[in-house]
Design a protein around this ligand. Structure first.
Ligand code: PMP
Length: 369
């Protein structure tokens, strides 16, 4: 096999989350705190939109950069939010597709990409796959945006800074003061920022300030997977200030030879999804966040998550992987922090499950300390 398989495959490693899935498959009725997707289904009205599009024969390729009406809608939304006139837009196959295209279009071998640690695992592996160099900036123990450390990490080889707020795996929402300060530094040093805003609708204690308000050299990535529970529909988008139109065009060129386009009937449904109010669902998730945080905060060391549906909790007594194994033996599936970090001190809980399961999981985890 060695002669068949390309060297670059050795730069990445199978997802640690899948390993927990595999372990959990043998448990009869586990408390599943491992899944990164909402526990509600796609709203019925949006399913109908997709079905209608299929029935109406809208089943062929769309334009490479996306359905024209959807693109216009995205451009309007993002333009109004950030005060950008005619932003450049590309509809992607999920935010994952957007990430791959963004890195392929910008990262040369040896380029440095600054990533706050803990991080969404895909960033590290995609940057490595392309020969880039990840520069991790520690955000422990409070997981706030480490602005001063990021400033220190910028060198002549820095290609971009990645921000993800609300953050997977910590659930942190960066404050306006922090993103403004980082925007000032990024503008001063003329650095591109990729802001992954896939969890922007899941913000529980006020707004979710985006660096794109304060810095024009930004690629904004958003999607429908989490907000509308469409993880299998593979829909996301990348938007940028018109001054970055060429980057979006290069990404579109690569999309033409890879993904070709995002799934057409689902793009049609996404037009309606953009106007679909998920406020009630978000209220439900705020309650779940409170249930989990109030249940664990006196027993575990943890920062209060302000968004997404994750909490990143310090494992008691040393290595987190050992605590995770103990939790799994006791029927609770959690993910070891080292999947998302260079450290093995914490574990990730996804509270995207029923209130009843959250209650059970909290009780079991407290017993294990
Ligand atoms: N970014 C972050 C931070 C995520 O958590 C995820 C999904 N787990 C993605 C991007 C990718 O989402 P999708 O490709 O389904 O849009």
């Amino acid at each position: 096999m060695k002669e068949i398989i390309a060297d670059r495959t050795r730069l990445i490693d199978a997802s640690g989350i899948r390993k927990v899935f595999a372990l959990g498959a043998s448990l009869p009725d586990p408390v599943n705190f491992s899944i990164g997707q909402p526990d509600f289904d796609v709203p019925e009205a949006l399913k109908d939109e997709a079905i209608q599009a299929i029935r109406a024969g809208q089943n062929s390729y769309s334009q490479t950069a996306g359905d024209e009406i959807l693109k216009q809608k995205i451009a309007q939304r993002v333009g109004a939010e950030y005060g950008w006139e005619h932003p450049a837009v590309l509809v992607s196959s999920g935010v994952s597709g957007g990430l791959l295209l963004a890195f392929m279009a910008t990262v040369n071998p040896g380029d440095e990409v600054i990533i706050p640690d803990p991080y969404f695992v895909m960033y590290k592996h995609l940057v490595n796959l392309l020969g880039g160099k990840c520069v991790f900036v520690d955000s422990y123990p409070d997981f706030e945006l480490p602005v001063a450390k990021i400033a220190q990490a910028i060198t002549g080889r820095t290609k971009m800074i990645i921000l993800n707020s609300p953050c997977n795996p910590t659930g942190m929402v960066y404050s306006q003061r922090q993103v403004r300060e980082l925007a000032r530094i990024a503008a001063e040093r003329d650095v591109l920022v990729l802001t992954d805003e896939i969890y922007e609708t899941f913000c529980y204690d006020g707004g979710c300030p985006s660096i794109a308000h304060y810095h024009q050299k930004c690629l904004v990535l958003r999607g429908f997977s989490k907000s509308h529970a469409m993880t299998g529909w593979r829909l996301g988008y990348v938007a940028a200030h018109p001054s970055l139109r060429d980057v979006i065009e290069q990404m579109t060129k690569i999309q033409q030879y890879t993904f070709v386009c995002a799934p057409t009937p689902f793009q049609k449904a996404a037009i309606a999804a953009m106007d679909y109010d998920v406020g009630d669902l978000v209220d439900g998730y705020r309650r779940k966040r409170d249930l989990l945080y109030d249940g664990l905060k006196d027993t575990f060391e943890m920062a209060k998550p302000g968004g997404a549906f994750y909490a990143f909790v310090k494992a008691p007594g040393g290595a987190a992987t050992e605590f995770v194994e103990k939790a799994i033996r006791n029927n609770v599936l959690i993910i070891p922090g080292q999947v998302f970090s260079e450290k093995d001190t914490h574990f990730r809980i996804s509270y995207a499950t029923s209130d009843e399961k959250i209650g059970q999981g909290v009780e079991i985890l407290r017993r294990l300390v």
